[in-house]
Ligand binder design. Structure first.
Ligand code: 13P
Ligand code: SF4
Length: 355
């Protein structure tokens, strides 16, 4: 893995920005820079498109740019590579920017679990669905087993789809998004069980496996589980007119106490359409909340608590300048076959399910 040279690390933000803008001008339509909502404000400012995981996957799939620089975490760049043609080149400014939530479900733990479950249930009774915050290998596993990927904006549609396809559903790797999505389905009597990979048989008895409708892999996002019910109660006490809006990766108790929950794009749209003077406390990554506060100064926007995604933060103007001036030579993300085609099946289903 190439490391960013000191000559780039020592650039000031202004110098790096100037070099990025020069590269953008030179490359024109050959280059597309995508920026997730959690990126630092200065990185979002140089992106051609910003969005949530779903929107950016869709942008990548629709783009014919020769070079796509993905400012987000690694799984997002991997998905962009899978969704683009072989000729297009996807580049990630910092290959060390992974997602700890994705790390919860490595394929070497998922596959033996799956074999055991199919052994107990019999074949064709459960559909695997993975949150897009996962490795390409897990998406490929879902693709070859009749399943799909989803994002926080269409998880409910993926759950509905899976439960129409088979009696049961297995969701990886975010237990909280899974719980919050089951609740959103509003279907009474669905039996939910957590599969803990640290325990034999996930900690379930055979009869529990037989009676479960929705299995949730035990994993979480540390950025969102930081938010606690006390944070919501405190905001309500100090600022009674505040509307609380959170990301569905938060604990179920936090989502239950909030006024609204949704993806980063949902949060942006909510803030944009709120009337001037509105007070909005937001439970998601702090860089996004800070940016929204700057962009909508006529509203009082503040974090429910301060929680930063250190991996999203690893992308800087300096790392973007470096990959742009060494285009196609450093930090290219290429998912090999057959993982690529199998993961594409799961990602295409995700795009078809819409947001
Ligand atoms: P969104 O799909 O809402 O953009 O979320 C991505 C993410 O990583 C949340 O932690
Ligand atoms: Fe992963 Fe959480 Fe960071 Fe999103 S906020 S990229 S889920 S660690």
């Amino acid at each position: 893995m190439a490391t960013i040279p000191d000559a780039y690390l020592s650039l000031s933000d202004d110098e790096a920005r100037e070099r990025i803008l020069k590269a953008k001008e030179k490359l024109g339509k050959q280059l597309l820079i995508l920026g997730h909502h959690y990126q630092r404000p200065e990185v979002v400012a140089i992106a051609d498109r910003r969005g949530d995981s779903f929107g950016l996957s869709r942008e990548a799939a629709a783009s014919d740019a020769r070079f796509i620089v993905f400012c987000g975490v690694h799984f997002m760049a991997e998905s962009a590579d899978i969704l683009t043609s072989e000729k297009q080149i996807v580049i990630h400014p910092n290959l060390n920017a992974g997602c700890p939530l994705a790390d919860f479900a490595p394929l070497d733990q998922v596959e033996p679990m799956w074999e055991r479950l199919v052994d107990v249930l019999g074949p064709g009774r459960v559909t695997p669905v993975t949150y897009v915050n996962s490795y390409a290998e897990l998406k490929a596993f879902c693709g070859r087993n009749g399943g799909a990927a989803c994002t926080s904006s269409n998880a409910h549609k993926a759950f509905q789809w899976a439960l129409e396809r088979t009696e049961k559903l297995f969701f990886f790797p975010d237990e909280n998004l899974g719980r919050n999505t089951v609740k959103r389905l509003g279907r009474q009597g669905l039996k939910v069980a957590v599969w803990d990979p640290a325990l034999p048989d996930g900690g379930l008895t055979v009869s529990q496996m037989l009676e479960t409708d929705v299995f949730l892999w035990k994993g979480h996002c540390h950025v969102h589980t930081w938010f606690r019910p006390e944070h919501v109660r405190k905001v309500r006490e100090l600022d009674p007119q505040a509307i609380v809006i959170v990301h569905p990766e938060c604990h179920e108790e936090v989502v239950d106490l909030a006024d609204h929950a949704g993806s980063t794009e949902f949060i942006l749209k909510f803030v944009r359409s709120a009337p001037a003077g509105a007070h909005i406390a937001i439970g998601t990554e702090v860089n996004m909340v800070k940016r929204l506060a700057m962009e909508f100064p006529d509203k009082r926007i503040y974090p429910l608590a301060r929680s930063l995604c250190p991996n999203m933060f690893k992308i800087s103007l300096q790392s973007v300048a470096w990959v742009l001036e060494n285009l196609g030579e450093v930090n290219v993300v290429k998912v090999p076959e057959p993982v690529r085609s199998q993961a594409r099946v799961a990602l295409d289903r995700m795009l078809q399910l819409a947001a």
